[in-house]
Write a protein that binds this ligand. Structure first.
Ligand code: NAD
Ligand code: UGA
Length: 460
């Protein structure tokens, strides 16, 4: 079959996979291909056991795979044949050398640029999908256009705003699609071409065009603002615990103000995920590079408060359990960084388990989708065991710490759980997910976030 356009995405991860699956679904006339250096990932994309879990993704992949959606490790051929190349490789925080712990590690991205250069024989539009420091497109253009053989590369910034767990929904109905281009004739033409892809299903009024630097920076700033709201409400949750105010009531009251808005004000054990921390630290690094120390410190505090919130959660467990949890069975319910994903990158649960183990507790971890990643994250950590069945995990447990807001945890039979546990039974709800009064009535000592604890003075 002759395809109208050939789209390639380099990096078949949490962003590349779902994004390309949706493009293939909505643009049947395009050939959409994904490549990755990980043979294992590509093998799984071609199997019934996809490498990532996202609600709705299985069906879309299976519907289009082999028709106009392809997964391969043949990077040279795929680059040579593509008209538009999305780059969606990982850009983690640098762990070595200059900027270690803050700057973005651009080695994967730079290798990709060089691969594109090596294998291209025709003009290409190269789209930055990964989250990158502002002005990265300039470096991309310089690398790509360093060889003068009549091949022209136009670099666009098209950051992705999907959230895990709702990736398919977010891609199908995005708040906005942002496209940043150079203010040149060829830049504007490339922008038209990319926008035409999205216009297959996104309203033109939701497609925003900016200059490249604004697009790159907007992605970092959007994540910083979202994370800032969470740290703000988490900071207030600590004050609520001291004053008998209820953080959910405060969130609701301020969220009714249309200028503030109600979303992203859920207090909890702190944010996780692969991006918030890394992107804010990258923003902080860039501010420092430009001599903006006050701005850097302001954003750095968002990450500090988050770490403090993880630790505060565990410190509270220890102090409420008579200042010793050595030898006690502590069940960590949920290991994914949020519900509806198996992703555990930067999950608060990692820090919680580490702290519990430091106190010599016996930790049992349960999660409906993330146990594979949890085993890998906690490899070699002693006194940790893993359970598919939460009831099995809770047998003989001294405490239950709810760390991920999986809806299935709301539906557990808590009378049965109470019967299974040691008494007094402690329940720490790190997501304010459960019905605290009902749990208290069953007999639990209940510790929400940002609300007064419900303690029994005598055991029921
Ligand atoms: P990921 O680690 O899941 O996927 C990246 C993939 O790129 C990996 O499979 C890796 O093997 C592959 N890769 C690395 N170098 C390569 C190379 N030279 N050639 C081919 N493949 C290569 O990462 P992700 O979560 O998909 O994130 C990708 C980018 O998107 C990051 O910059 C991230 O900040 C950004 N982002 C992520 C999310 C999210 O929800 N995860 C949302 C928006 C933006
Ligand atoms: C986030 C952004 O929401 C996406 O727009 C962005 O594209 C993505 O980062 C990225 O760049 O990677 P994601 O991390 O997948 O998406 O998930 P979120 O829904 O933002 O949740 C992040 C963390 O914040 C989770 O641990 C979640 O539990 C926590 N959270 C969220 C709260 O503690 N309270 C809230 O009110 C909302």
């Amino acid at each position: 079959m002759d395809f109208e356009k050939r789209i390639l995405c380099i990096g078949a991860g949490y962003v590349g996979g779902p994004t390309m699956a949706v493009i293939a679904d909505k643009c049947p006339g395009y050939r959409v291909e994904l490549v990755d250096i990980s043979e294992e990932r590509i093998r799984r994309w071609n199997s019934d056991d996809l490498p990532i879990y996202e609600p709705g993704l299985d069906e879309i992949v299976k519907r289009n795979r082999g028709k106009n959606l392809f997964f391969t490790t043949d990077i040279p051929r795929a680059i040579a044949e593509a008209d538009i190349i999305f780059v969606s490789v990982n850009t983690p925080t640098k762990t070595f050398g200059q900027g270690a712990g803050q700057a973005a590690d651009l080695q994967y991205w730079e290798k990709t640029a060089r691969e594109i250069l090596r294998h291209s024989k025709t003009d290409k539009i190269v789209v930055e999908k990964s989250t990158l420091p502002v002005r990265t497109a300039e470096a991309m253009e310089r690398i790509l256009n360093s060889r003068r053989e009549g091949v022209h590369f136009e670099v666009l910034s098209n950051p992705e705003f999907l959230a895990e767990g709702t990736a398919v929904e977010d891609l199908l109905d995005p708040d906005r699609v942002l496209v940043g281009c150079m203010n040149t004739e060829s830049g504007r033409r490339a922008c038209e071409d990319l926008e035409a892809v999205y216009r297959h299903w996104v309203e033109p009024s939701h497609i925003l065009r900016t200059n490249v630097w604004s697009a790159e920076l907007s992605k970092l700033v959007a994540n910083a603002f979202l994370a800032q709201r969470i740290s703000s409400i988490n900071g207030i949750s600590a004050l609520c615990e001291k004053t008998e105010a209820d953080v959910d009531e405060v969130s609701r009251a301020i969220g009714f103000d249309s200028r503030i808005g109600s979303r992203f004000l859920r207090a909890g054990v702190g944010f996780g995920g692969s991006c918030f921390k890394k992107d804010i630290l990258n923003l902080v690094y860039i501010c420092r590079q430009h001599g903006l120390e006050e701005v850097a410190q302001y954003w750095e505090q968002v990450v500090r408060i988050n770490f403090w919130q993880h630790d505060r959660f565990v410190s509270n467990m220890i102090s409420e359990m008579f200042n010793t949890i050595a030898g006690k069975v502590m069940v960590v319910m949920g290991f994914a960084f949020k519900a509806n994903t198996g992703d555990t990158r930067e999950s608060p649960a990692i820090r919680v388990v580490q702290r519990l183990v430091e106190e010599c507790a016996c930790v049992r971890v349960t999660d409906p989708k993330a146990l594979g990643n949890a085993r890998r994250d906690l490899e070699g950590v002693e006194y940790v065991s893993f359970y598919d069945d939460p009831y099995e995990a809770l047998e003989g447990a001294h405490a239950l710490a709810l760390v991920t807001d999986w809806a299935c945890y709301r539906d557990l039979d808590y009378r049965r759980v109470y019967q299974l546990m040691e008494k007094p039974a402690f329940l720490f709800d790190g997501r304010n997910l459960l019905d605290h009064e009902a749990l208290f009535d069953i007999g639990f000592n209940v510790y929400p976030i940002g609300k007064a604890p419900l303690r029994h003075l005598t055991v029921k």
